[in-house]
Write a protein that binds this ligand. Structure first.
Ligand code: ZN
Length: 59
């Protein structure tokens, strides 16, 4: 069973947001993008941040 995980803290953010149990990296990215917009004021996730998130996703 896939269980992709990501924490904002993994990319140096100070909040406690985390994704657990996602089925794919793409799902993590989608959830993170919604969070980034709501909590970090990112209308879209910049490419450098997206790269950091992608690198920080664990499975
Ligand atoms: Zn966050």
């Amino acid at each position: 069973m896939t269980n992709y995980k990501f924490k904002c803290k993994d990319i140096g953010m100070k909040d406690d947001f985390e994704v657990k149990g996602a089925a794919s990296k793409e799902e993590v990215m989608q959830i993170a993008a919604v969070h980034a917009k709501a909590e970090h004021g990112m209308e879209t996730v910049p490419a450098d941040v997206a790269a950091k998130i992608s690198a920080a996703i664990k499975s």
